[in-house]
Design a protein around this ligand. Structure first.
Ligand code: AMP
Ligand code: MG
Length: 373
């Protein structure tokens, strides 16, 4: 286990120590950190990088969050914007459990024992999920959907103020019946069959990453080599920033201060972050804190351990996204070893259970090789 930095001691100087990163991604926005530095103008008003390459930034909304795309020397920007919006609309129409008519919602409503003919994209996401479930011994499991809802998140979860924690019998019922084993995935026929009516699937833990990959693949097909695409803080870098071999990207501190916690150089790689802090809103007037939206399917309870955020770098954003959620469930203690055994660059932020303003950052050796900007 490598101790990277004890934040309390070094945070104030972290910004200055990491020279060069111009892009800092929180979970729902990005911001210019070093406004005076060269590349910061990419997302500000100028449209020409110091090396003379033309830079354009597109932004929009999708999947309940914001997306942005930085392009170097793009062609036909209007066409790119229109196509990106179309691709994302189709993507939501496949994966969103908030859209009644989406493919996933229709699958979740298909009567038990009835085969549902799924799109190749959905089959691929489920295949990926099955691999993740095996690799994490059940910490990653999209069939925890009913538990996510029972704990007050997702569509139909009800208002925050009216949230009531589910009782043990309900948790136990959902844990026993909405399981991966109660899904029959037939990759030859391209069908998915729910074997019990309690089973529901929620692919939110990797859908943003799949969306980023979809856009990246499309851009590459269009001949666009240098780009940075982000949806809600999960991103993928193509090529390098102007005058560079890679894209330097900052990761925000999960304490909401806007401080930069770490910076990595990405070259044709993706970065995703999961945090239990992200949707942890006050549960109403009684001062109680609402539980996390990340559920440990092995217990049926929301994740509440000291690991509050995990960032993962992988070749694809879907992998990075899925692993970030999974490692958050697992926590730093076992997660560091698991990430290392899969050669994954991963960074864990832990909050001291007794002194909540104290943080600790732990990273795999692979992650540390990327912080050399
Ligand atoms: P992310 O923001 O990528 O970490 O994904 C979080 C979302 O994934 C949650 O809002 C749930 O919809 C879903 N989810 C929660 N816990 C799990 C889990 N253990 N495995 C898979 N998906 C989960
Ligand atoms: Mg995720």
């Amino acid at each position: 286990m490598d101790l990277m930095v004890n934040l309390n001691a070094t945070l104030p100087s972290a910004k200055a120590a990491a020279t060069g990163p111009e892009f800092v991604f929180g979970k729902a926005r990005w911001m210019v950190l070093l406004a005076a530095a060269g590349l910061a103008c990419l997302v500000a008003s100028c449209d020409r990088a110091p090396e003379g390459e033309r830079i354009e930034t597109l932004r929009g909304q999708s999947m309940g969050t914001e997306w942005s795309m930085v392009l170097v020397e793009p062609d036909a920007l209007t066409r790119i914007r229109a196509e990106v919006q179309l691709l994302l609309r189709n993507h939501e129409q496949r994966y969103s459990t908030w859209i009644h008519s989406s493919e996933l919602s229709r699958l979740n409503r298909t009567p038990a024992q009835t085969a549902f003919a799924a799109s190749p994209q959905l089959m691929r996401s489920l295949y990926r999920s099955g691999l993740m479930l095996d690799a994490t011994q059940g910490a990653f499991d999209p069939t925890c959907a009913p538990l996510v809802r029972a704990w007050g998140f997702g569509p139909g979860a009800g208002p925050v103020a009216g949230f009531d924690a589910p009782d043990e019998a309900r948790i136990d019922h959902l844990r026993r019946h909405s399981t991966w084993d109660n899904l029959d995935i037939n990759s030859h026929a391209g069908t998915i069959t729910r074997l019990h009516e309690a089973v529901e699937i929620d692919l939110s833990a990797l859908a943003k990453g799949e969306g980023v990959d979809l856009l990246a693949d499309w851009l590459v097909e269009q001949g666009q080599r240098s780009f940075l695409i982000e949806i809600g803080g999960d991103l993928r870098a193509g090529g390098g920033a102007p005058g560079r071999q890679s894209w330097p990207v900052g990761i925000e501190h999960p304490d909401g201060s806007g401080e930069m916690l770490a910076a990595v150089a990405l070259r044709n790689q993706a970065l995703a972050t999961s945090g239990t802090y992200i949707q942890q809103l006050p549960a109403g007037g009684n001062g109680e804190v609402r539980p996390s939206h990340i559920i440990d399917p092995r217990t049926g309870y929301p994740v509440g351990h000291e690991t509050i955020s995990v960032s993962v770098v992988a070749d694809t954003c879907a992998e990075a996204d899925a692993w970030a959620t999974a490692l958050l469930v697992i926590g730093a203690e076992d997660g560091l070893a698991l990430a290392s055994s899969h050669n994954l660059p991963a960074m864990f932020v832990l909050r001291d259970q007794l002194e909540s303003q104290r943080y600790l950052v732990l990273a795999t050796p692979m992650f540390e090789t990327l912080t050399d900007l």
